[in-house]
Unconditional design. Structure first.
Ligand SMILES: Cc1cc2nc3c(=O)[nH]c(=O)nc-3n(C[C@H](O)[C@H](O)[C@H](O)COP(=O)(O)OP(=O)(O)OC[C@H]3O[C@@H](n4cnc5c(N)ncnc54)[C@H](O)[C@@H]3O)c2cc1C
Ligand SMILES: Cc1ncc(C[n+]2csc(CCOP(=O)(O)OP(=O)(O)O)c2C)c(N)n1
Ligand code: SF4
Ligand code: SF4
Ligand code: SF4
Ligand SMILES: [Mg+2]
Lengths: 357, 612
């Protein structure tokens, strides 16, 4: 951690977005994490993505549980709403908030411990509900905050700092998500913002839950030789499955034109989302299809069994419908409904009950 | 790009913008930190070593360091470096015991200096401690050169001048007053082992226009100021025109204001952006109600029956022609009444006392041909420096010329090759004191430059002796020392330690750092997190990094030396290290009495010498 705050002094070339804000306006308080923690880089990627999307900072809510990773919501967008919940309970709190106010942008940040151990059930049901939420798991293979015990994402055989191997099989959040109906699944690496920022942008705009597993090394407890979540290991075994770019509706150019301008580039495929935005995939692996759930699952199993870390915007369901859409709730956020409408009283309830007799 | 070689002292030296810009390479941030620690004697000595006249320069220096200062790029105004130098001088105690010892046993070599200006005085200061016997011939009855004869007392009080000159003369210099050297050939026969010509550029330029010689109310600026300094002139007419707009003009108009000139105008041929005077001198003159009239080109002195009535001017407009040269177009004519005119349009060197057959070659402007590195003329053993070498400069250049000439004279007298210059070295000391502790104050806070307070107008115009500037008070000093960004606290990178975690990149408030693949400099500059557009500032490129073979690139331009990169780096790949330039002086290649001052108590680890 650091004691000197990042001073408010800027490079003269610092750009402004459509709202007239600079990246620095999306920063939060000074990080108290270990120097070199991957989580701080994810924070930087979140700042970049939110700035690029020109999200009004007062129209966003940051949700988290407990862990070093869950602390990171304090380190960006200090003007946004936020709730630092109990361990593993971020999805419940986020569900409640989202139910009451569907108009905010929801950014959930959790850890592998928070989401895959104590909060595993919470995670699964949030995925099933397809809550409109960006759900980032800052995955370091350990419980960082409690001094580095193996977490449920630790790979078999990965060694602890003292050299003891992990002997329990890992939970892979990406394949778990695919198997329970996730509509957006991605994996990134804190050390590669070029890949991570577009994923976060697409995830924020995705209508539903965007599950983003980010390998985010713990410099203090899990960055040694023998660890499978270190910077060096991740770089060595990193494999990009597909390259994705997020294209906002206003910036959309038909792919043919772009290819013409960039001859020799790999094949490009656009997946159009409901709001008119587009995720533009650039093929890296021959016939990879990010909309084919089973094929993606198979690809992940194959590559991971081969010891690789496949990354990219792995899967997206263009037909995704979020919880409000499925439930058919009113467009107006519930908090904004007049009390009489929201709670029409005993007579209305009786009338409703009458229907079921 | 090739990996940057930070083992070459020039690389880090250049990052310390003020020190690099200073002709004498004074360790500015070093003395500023000493002032912050209230160690005024140490701050003074650190200055004295390189610039010889801290009290004088703290008031009068041309300050090339200030336009170069990084703070001016990060905010709008540079650190008030010069004012802080004066603080060190004003608050010092008795530092005489710290001066170098002068050997009783002389080394048998005798050196003659012509003129007792700052150039010759510096030569004497550097050579006396080595056992040389130095004789200075001065044509006036006092030392100091233009510092005494031309810089007015309201800018430079005589006590300050005499005190710092005496530090040198008291080393046992044989100074001869009222002793103009009238013949170089004579001097060559006096048995000196080497001769240093520090006689300045004593001739004021003429303005040969109709009417010039029909009146005795037209004065040559530098001669007129000299006669004011010696007390021969103590008044001037009421309506004064000063021709020219350089620093001499400023001193002439401000002096006039104090001895009778009520209506004083400075007449400039060009327009404001092209004025030669320093901006602060222009400001001071305007504050004293001097009119500065631009775009007026003089054409004629109007004299009736031997009485000066005024001057005629063409009113002109300036524009650049195809070759980029500034040319004027006449718009109109104008007459300005005046009963005195002072010509302040420049100076040139003149050596009527050097015979054509003395073995010293002159160029077509009658300037001596002098080697830029060795300061030797075409005659062996005869060296030039200060304004005498390449025309008028300033005090700090005169001092630096003095240092270099002294190095040459020492080598010459020792029978060594004077072209072989002693190399510069450096020390680099880690500034890390503890987990989050650094040996310097690295908090950046916005703070505007403090303004110097001036004595009230009525009071100051009443006397030529009243010093205008009051010096900094404690609040001003404390703010100003904190404004210094400690550019000598270098960000030192060890690539082999970097794990490419991006922590430094993310934290840097000014986006100085980028990890990317290498490329040619021009192209690489465009690919950085913030484009490196200021090509006067270097970019640092590391060796390939261990994990991805990309490189760490740092744009030095706007780094505020906050140390956050080092603070955030988990592996200490970035470290903050205090850079200390070890500049050689005559006969003292290994001996740097003032280096590391202020650092020795700070860094428990001691000195780490520069890694190649
Ligand atoms: C009006 C004015 C204001 C200035 N203000 C500033 C300022 O604020 N800051 C600044 O940095 N610079 C200033 N300068 C410039 C600065 O004073 C000179 O650049 C500097 O003094 C040059 O030093 P020097 O040792 O080369 O020569 P000088 O200072 O000119 O000294 C030469 C000495 O040699 C003596 N001499 C000459 N010929 C002979 C001879 N034949 N025999 C014996 N003695 C001889 C002269 O009497 C004189 O004492 C100013 C100059 C002028 C004219
Ligand atoms: C109910 C409860 N049980 C246990 C803890 C102790 N605890 C705090 S953080 C943490 C694990 C955090 O791991 P992870 O989510 O991976 O975060 P990291 O610190 O690794 O980023 C645990 C077990 C707690 N705070 N509350
Ligand atoms: S900030 Fe300080 S060290 Fe840096 S250039 Fe300015 S005076 Fe020199
Ligand atoms: S010291 Fe480091 S963090 Fe601070 S401005 Fe310079 S490069 Fe950036
Ligand atoms: S913080 Fe240190 S280890 Fe991390 S990228 Fe920067 S220099 Fe490398
Ligand atoms: Mg964890």
């Amino acid at each position: 951690m650091t004691y000197i705050a990042k001073p408010r002094v800027f490079h003269p070339s610092l750009e402004k977005n459509e709202l007239g804000l600079t990246r620095r306006d999306y920063e939060g308080v000074m990080s108290t994490l270990c120097a070199g923690c991957g989580h701080d880089s994810v924070t930087a990627a979140l700042i970049e993505a939110a700035w690029e999307l020109a999200i009004p900072t007062h129209r966003a809510a940051k949700m988290s549980g407990i862990g070093c990773s869950s602390k990171t919501t304090a380190y960006f967008m200090s003007e946004s709403h936020g709730f630092n919940s109990v361990h593993g309970r971020m999805p419940s709190v986020a569900s409640g908030a989202n139910a009451a106010n569907r108009d905010l942008v929801y950014v959930g940040v959790s850890g592998d411990g928070d989401s895959l151990s104590i909060g595993l059930g919470q995670l699964c049901h949030a995925v099933r509900r397809n809550l409109n939420l960006l759900y980032i798991i800052e995955n370091n293979g350990v419980y960082g905050l409690t001094k580095g015990q193996f977490s449920a994402s630790a790979d078999m055989g990965s060694k602890s700092k003292r050299g003891v191997p992990n002997e329990q099989p890992p939970i892979d959040p990406a394949r778990l998500g695919l198997s329970i109906g996730a509509t957006f699944v991605a994996r990134g690496f804190s050390g590669d913002k070029q890949q991570l920022v577009p994923i976060i942008k697409a995830g924020i705009r995705h209508p539903g839950l965007a599950l983003v597993d980010v390998i985010s090394p713990c410099v203090t407890f899990n960055d040694h030789v023998g660890s499978t979540k270190s910077y060096a290991y991740t770089r060595e075994h990193f494999r990009e499955a597909v390259e994705a770019a997020f294209v906002a509706p206003k910036d959309f150019v038909p792919p043919a034109e772009e290819i013409a301008a960039d001859i020799g580039s790999a094949e490009v495929r656009d997946v159009r989302m409901h709001d008119g935005s587009v995720i533009r995939f650039r093929q890296v692996e021959g016939d990879y299809d990010a909309t084919d759930r089973d094929a993606v699952y198979g690809y992940l199993s194959e590559r991971q069994n081969a010891g690789e870390v496949p990354t990219g915007l792995l899967y997206v369901d263009p037909e995704s419908r979020d919880l409000h859409d499925v439930l058919g709730t009113v467009d107006r956020p519930l908090w904004d409904l007049p009390f009489e409408e929201l709670c029409p009283g005993a007579d209305a309830l009786d009338a409703l009950m009458e229907n079921y007799r | 790009m090739e990996p940057t070689n930070v083992g070459n002292p020039d690389y880090y030296h250049k990052v310390v913008d003020c020190q690099w810009a200073c002709p004498a390479h004074t360790n500015v941030p070093g003395y500023i930190r000493l002032i912050a620690q209230e160690r005024y004697d140490d701050a003074y000595m650190l200055n004295w070593e390189s610039n010889v006249f801290p009290g004088i320069l703290g008031r009068t220096c041309d300050r090339p360091c200030e336009p170069a200062c990084r703070r001016g790029r990060v905010e709008d105004k540079p650190v008030a470096i010069c004012r802080l130098k004066r603080v060190a001088a004003d608050l010092r105690g008795d530092i005489t015991p710290r001066f170098p010892e002068i050997p009783k046993q002389k080394n048998g070599r005798k050196i003659a200096c012509v003129g007792a200006g700052p150039a010759s005085l510096t030569v004497a200061r550097d050579l006396m401690p080595l056992g040389y016997e130095v004789t200075i011939f001065e044509k006036n009855d006092r030392p100091g050169g233009l510092m005494w004869t031309n810089i007015p007392q309201f800018r430079l009080p005589p006590e300050v001048l005499w005190e710092e000159i005496d530090y040198i003369l008291d080393m046992g210099v044989d100074i001869r007053y009222d002793a103009p050297v009238k013949s170089m050939k004579w001097l060559l026969e006096q048995g000196f082992d080497a001769i240093f010509v520090g006689s300045g550029a004593p001739r004021g330029k003429e303005l040969r226009l109709p009417g010039r010689y029909e009146t005795d109310h037209i004065y040559i600026g530098i001669d007129w100021l000299e006669s004011v300094a010696f007390g021969h002139t103590n008044s001037i007419e009421e309506n004064v025109l000063v021709i020219g707009v350089g620093n001499t003009a400023m001193d002439c108009c401000r002096t006039s204001k104090r001895i009778g000139g009520t209506n004083v105008k400075v007449m400039a041929r060009k327009s404001k952006p092209y004025f030669k005077a320093s901006p602060w001198e222009l400001e001071d003159a305007e504050e004293e109600l001097v009119d500065i009239v631009e775009n007026h080109s003089p054409t004629e002195f109007v004299v009736e029956d031997g009485v000066l009535r005024g001057m005629k001017f063409d009113i002109v407009e300036w524009h650049e022609n195809d070759q980029g040269r500034l040319v004027s177009t006449k718009l109109d004519e104008a007459f300005f009444p005046a009963d005195a005119v002072i010509l302040a349009i420049g100076q040139e060197s003149a050596f009527p006392w050097i015979e054509d057959d003395a073995g010293i070659e002159f160029n077509k402007w009658r300037e001596a041909v002098v080697d830029r590195t060795t300061f030797m003329s075409t005659r062996e053993g005869v060296f030039f420096g200060g304004d005498a070498a390449w025309g008028p400069e300033n005090i700090i250049w005169a001092a630096e010329h003095g240092h270099q000439a002294a190095i040459s004279i020492h080598a010459y007298c020792s029978g060594e090759d004077i072209r072989k210059r002693p190399p510069e070295h450096m020390n680099l000391v880690s500034a890390k004191m503890g987990l989050h502790e650094w040996s310097y104050s690295n908090d950046y806070e916005y703070a505007g430059r403090r303004k110097m307070r001036h004595v009230r107008l009525e009071e100051r115009l009443g006397s030529i002796e009243t010093e205008v500037e009051e010096g900094f008070d404690l609040e001003q000093t404390l703010t100003e020392v904190e404004r210094c960004l400690n550019c000598d606290l270098q960000t030192h990178f060890t690539g082999s330690l970097c794990i490419e975690c991006d922590a430094c990149i993310d934290i840097c408030p000014l986006n100085c750092l980028t990890i990317t693949h290498n490329g040619e400099e021009a192209e690489l500059r465009t690919r950085l997190l913030a484009p490196a557009e200021n090509t006067e500032q270097d970019i640092y490129v590391s060796e390939p990094l261990p994990q991805t073979a990309r490189v760490m690139v740092k744009d030095e331009d706007l780094c505020i030396h906050c140390g956050l990169c080092a603070e955030r780096c988990p592996t200490a790949a970035w470290d903050m290290r205090t850079f200390d330039l070890l500049k050689p002086y005559a006969g003292r290649e290994e001996d740097h009495p003032y280096s590391g001052m202020g650092i020795e108590e700070m860094a428990p680890g001691g000195f780490v010498s520069a890694a190649p």
